[in-house]
Structure formats: structure tokens, C-alpha cells
Design a protein around this ligand. Sequence first.
Ligand code: ADP
Ligand code: ADP
Length: 226
Amino acid sequence: MASIEMKNIVKQYGDGFPAVNDVSLDIADGEFMILVGPSGCGKSTLLRMIVGLEDITSGDMVIGGKRVNDLAPRDRNLSMVFQNYALYPHMTVFENIAFPLRLAKMPDDEVRRRVTEASDVLELKEHLERKPANLSGGQRQRVAMGRAIVRQAEAFLFDEPLSNLDAKLRGQMRTEISRLQRRLGITTVYVTHDQTEAMTLGDRVCVLRKGKIQQVASPRELYEQP
Ligand code: ADP
Ligand code: ADP
């Protein structure tokens, strides 16, 4: 687990208006932070700079007390849960979850132990030998989260993970993500443009507008505003 500190972060694509314009935000160890705002306000860009998939034009990104501006994604030990799940269709659920551990050449028994533990938390135990095509949308989402859990990443990053799901499943997954995050106590940054998600999931909500922070508050404080 790790805190994430952003200091005066700017992202300028080309010579247009900055996509992210002087953002300073501290996310505590174990905190669940929501980034919310209209399309184009810079949410994804900010998330991608945390992960290291996008260069920072200026400012400092500090994760777990360490400046990571120049670190590649693989050296940041964060885990991004993608919107499209990015599962491998030819692999079983077990192998999909195990994938990052296989890459790291972890011994078989340790892989088995970690995947079993994650599938227990995610209630995927009965589905370990299935292929993604035979799973529901919610189950696929959980496999994607399982892959993040087994790596014991320092933080989870979600980019609109529920936007492809129908309303019922979205509700279920909201509950699951929230429960899981609290159980694991892992630092989480969650991008959404959905008000319900913003108001129900996080410890705090950061509202972005045109690349700037408009407000950072608890859902309760936001809700009670006139
Ligand atoms: P959001 O996730 O809030 O919808 P983005 O971070 O995707 O916003 O985009 C913020 C701004 O940066 C938008 O104006 C978008 O057009 C621009 N932008 C995003 N990615 C790129 C890119 N790769 N090249 C140029 N402009 C980009
Ligand atoms: P390549 O060097 O093969 O192009 P990438 O730069 O895409 O690979 O990714 C290198 C490593 O960084 C991957 O093995 C993965 O562990 C990590 N990584 C890449 N993208 C992400 C992401 N969105 N979230 C977390 N880790 C990532």
C-alpha cells in the first residue's frame, strides 16, 4: 500500500490548452479517491500519469514517498483495472488471474496459493477452469480485479470500470468493489463520470473541470451542499 501525492501536475498535449492544469492532490494510504467530472476534464490523463503511461509535462508524482516521474509503469507496482477487462480469451480464469505472476516467474505453488486466495475473496472459485467467454460481465470484471490482487500492487486504478455494464450489474459491481476495497484496504483511484458511483464508492471525491481541481470533499460534504 502506498500514498499518492501529486504536486502541481501539468500535462500539455501539443500546444493546446493543458489537459491537466496544476493539479495538487494527496491521496492517503488505503484511501479510496474518486476522480469525477465531465468528459474531457482530464480524468484519464491524470490516471495515466499516476500509472506512468503518460509523461508528466511538469510537477511531481510521489508514490509511497518516492518520486516516480521517471519510472516506467512496470517499476511502479500499481495495478490498472481496464474498462474492457483485457482478459485473454484462450486462457482459463485461473491462468488469466495468474498471468502477472507467470510473467514474474513465480514458483507454481506460490502462484496456486495466491490465485486461490484471490478467487476466494472474489467468489470465483467455481469458475477457475472456465474461459472468459463463458462468464458474465460481472465475473469478468472480478477476474480483472483478481489479476490486480495477486500482484499485491500498492494501489488500484480504475478507469470507468462499470460503464459497459447494464444498470443491475453496475449496482452489484459497485457494492462488490466497495466491499473489496474496504476489505483489502488498498489505496484506490477510481475515475468515473457517474454521479452515483462518485457519491457511493469513495472516501473522498475530487471534482475536475477543464484540467483543474474544482473541489475535493467527502461524498457527504458534496451531498449536503446547497
Ligand atoms: P476525461 O478522461 O476526463 O474524459 P481526458 O484525460 O481523456 O479526459 O482528456 C483531457 C483532454 O486532453 C481532452 O481535451 C482530450 O481531448 C485531450 N487529450 C487526451 N488524450 C490526448 C492525446 N493523446 N493527445 C492529445 N490530446 C489528448
Ligand atoms: P512494453 O514495454 O512491452 O511496451 P508496457 O510499457 O506496455 O510494455 O508495459 C510494461 C509493464 O508495465 C507491463 O509488464 C505491466 O506490468 C506494466 N503496465 C503496463 N501498463 C500498465 C497499466 N495500465 N497498469 C499497470 N501496469 C501496467
